[in-house]
Write a protein that binds this ligand. Structure first.
Ligand code: FEO
Ligand code: CA
Ligand code: CA
Ligand code: CA
Length: 572
């Protein structure tokens, strides 16, 4: 471990070079292993993954879902539990055994559906120290698009949430397209619903879309999942309110497999990325959230109640104030309250049509806000603004101006940037903040202008499209990418998607890991002792060029990997 031992800075590793290999690359002195992959059984009565059939709806409903994204690690009475989002499925992979890689049966469609949701399972280390799933644990649970959930908060019971199947507007079925995540100090998991729109379609080809449907991308055709063919509620011609019941943050108790997940309408309805929770000095729970769409916004929720370490916090996310960010060009910013007075909408409408509320108050259109990360050591937040080819080209779906501004400074931005802000007086409930840019991604080999990136970007560490970001407990910022992996032209020298580490005090960024072909690296959490980092590898081979992780001619499968140091030391 010479290179590792020789490093005397806060990084603890020597940078790895970019590459386009179909494997994981970690620094010298580190190991990686697969913990769980798409289709692995959570119960022993389920057959293992079969490359020739790629499973059935029944097996998929009891195995690890597809395309893992955000995840959290929980310690509970001496046991360890992982809760993991299974964001979506690549249709041409899950149905790749069929003609034209299309669904041919209802079971195919339902298999795709069951690949979505959340997987909760116990993990342990075997005799060799390898992290494995504890099959048949009483804590294991699959949450799917058919799991009953409670709609809570200001929009619960509103007419816009009522359907034929649920005239109360308080009970919805399932969650899907869960992207980033969050976890609360009171031990719950937050699964954030992102591109929920792509599953709805209309049996009436002449249906005229409402402005709200257009704003949220609810179209007459779905993205190829075909869910309306097996479940009529996904037909917006028949059930126009069903899409209003998705697009929320879902709170899940990972320690009680019989608990009812709660959709938190108080936190607003948009294409949620993650939900970063901090407790303000006055005890209120503050949740920072991005809306990942070109020209959409960054949000903050402040609870009405206060967190107490020994009290009941189960309703903290049920009521509170919602705000949207305005970034001024002079490096100041404001949180604009979204209320009936400021928006002209009812409080329930603010939570359901949150994008329209934010447009009404003049929030700053952003370059696709992905994850927000809070520094554990400072009252300081970071947000990944992944890219935005429409910046300076056309308005967002609400007609808001998207001219370049100081926090989104480049037109046709295909590299992305990471912004940070400091709440005034270190108070997460303050109405104002100061901000700057931590990094402008770019390619200094190709450009010598603003597209070269900021000073902390160089030929050795360059990347595009920062997406997942998270601080470790030592205060280092881990950066995962979901970008172009052609390694050509504007992206030459960047290789596959990757994970980097930033020292936010010096600005230095160093590449830690390179993923396999055609994956994105997303989702990260650490074991309680921080000697293992768990990292998500999503959609390897999304264009047909990977056999990760099993090699040969195997079907590529999304997976969670563990990363450890050969000397057993701390990660990060
Ligand atoms: Fe699912 Fe915004 O990434
Ligand atoms: Ca993402
Ligand atoms: Ca992304
Ligand atoms: Ca993704």
């Amino acid at each position: 471990a010479g290179a590792v031992g020789a490093v005397k800075d806060r990084f603890g590793f020597a940078q790895v070079a970019a590459n386009s290999e179909d494997t994981i690359t970690v620094p010298e002195g580190f190991d990686w292993d697969v913990v769980v992959q798409w289709g692995d059984p959570l119960w022993s009565d389920v057959p293992g993954f079969d490359d020739s059939t790629r499973g059935t709806a029944a097996t998929q409903a009891r195995t690890f879902g597809d395309n893992n994204d955000g995840m959290s690690f929980f310690s509970y009475k001496g046991r360890t539990i992982m809760a993991v989002n299974n964001e979506y499925t690549n249709r041409d992979i899950i149905w790749g055994n069929n003609p034209d890689a299309k669904a041919v049966s209802e079971d195919d469609v339902e298999k795709g559906m069951m690949a979505h949701g959340v997987s909760v399972f116990e993990v342990t280390r075997d005799n060799n120290g390898k992290w494995i799933v504890v099959q048949d644990s009483d804590l294991n649970r699959r949450i799917t698009p058919q799991t009953e959930m409670a709609l809570t908060g200001p929009a619960a019971g509103h007419d816009l949430l009522k359907t034929d199947a649920d005239p109360s507007g308080t009970i919805s079925l399932g969650t899907w397209n869960n992207c980033g995540n969050g976890e609360t100090p009171w031990g719950t998991y937050l699964a954030c619903e992102e591109n929920f729109n792509g599953y709805f379609s209309s049996s009436d080809e002449a249906l005229k879309q409402t402005q709200q449907q257009k704003r949220y991308g609810i179209n007459l055709e779905d993205w190829g999942y075909g869910w309306a063919k097996v479940d009529e509620r996904f037909d917006i011609a028949k059930h126009p309110n069903e899409p209003h019941r998705a697009g929320y943050v879902v709170e899940i108790d990972p320690f009680d497999p019989n608990s009812t997940p709660k959709k938190r309408t108080a936190l607003g309805r948009f294409k949620h990325e993650n939900a970063e929770v901090v407790i303000a000095t006055n005890g209120k729970a503050v949740v920072y959230m991005g809306d990942d769409e070109r020209g959409e916004f960054l949000y903050r929720f402040v609870s009405d109640g206060v967190y107490t370490a020994t009290g009941d916090n189960s309703n903290l996310l049920e009521s509170g104030a919602l705000y949207v960010a305005k970034f001024n060009d002079d490096l100041t910013g404001e949180w604009l309250a979204l209320t009936p007075e400021t928006t002209g909408m009812s409080d329930a409408e603010v939570r359901i049509f949150t994008r329209e509320a934010a447009s009404a108050v003049g929030a700053t259109t952003m370059d696709r806000p992905e994850w927000v990360a809070a520094n554990p050591n400072l009252p300081e937040l970071y947000v990944a603004l992944t890219n935005n080819k429409n910046r300076g080209v056309k308005p967002n779906a609400g007609g808001d101006d998207t001219s370049a501004n100081a926090v989104n400074p480049r037109v046709e931005n295909h590299y992305g940037q990471i912004a940070r802000w400091l709440p005034t007086d270190g108070d997460h409930t303050a109405e104002t903040f100061a901000w700057d840019l931590f990094a402008l991604a770019g390619n200094p080999d190709v450009y010598d202008d603003e597209y070269a990136g900021s000073e902390n970007i160089n030929s050795g560490n360059m990347f595009n499209s920062p997406d997942g970001i998270s601080f470790d407990s030592a205060g280092m910022l881990w950066i995962q990418t979901d970008g172009k992996y052609s390694n050509e032209g504007d992206f030459s020298g960047m290789g596959n998607n990757q994970m980097l580490v930033g020292d936010t005090t010096t600005g230095e960024i160093r590449r830690f890991l390179v993923g396999p072909k055609e994956c994105e690296v997303t989702g990260i959490c650490w074991s309680a002792d921080r000697r293992t980092a768990f990292v998500g590898i999503q959609h390897p081979g999304e264009k047909g060029e990977s056999h990760f992780p099993n090699g040969g001619n195997s079907v590529p499968r999304s997976a969670i990997i563990s990363v450890t140091r050969k000397d057993g030391g701390l990660i990060g």
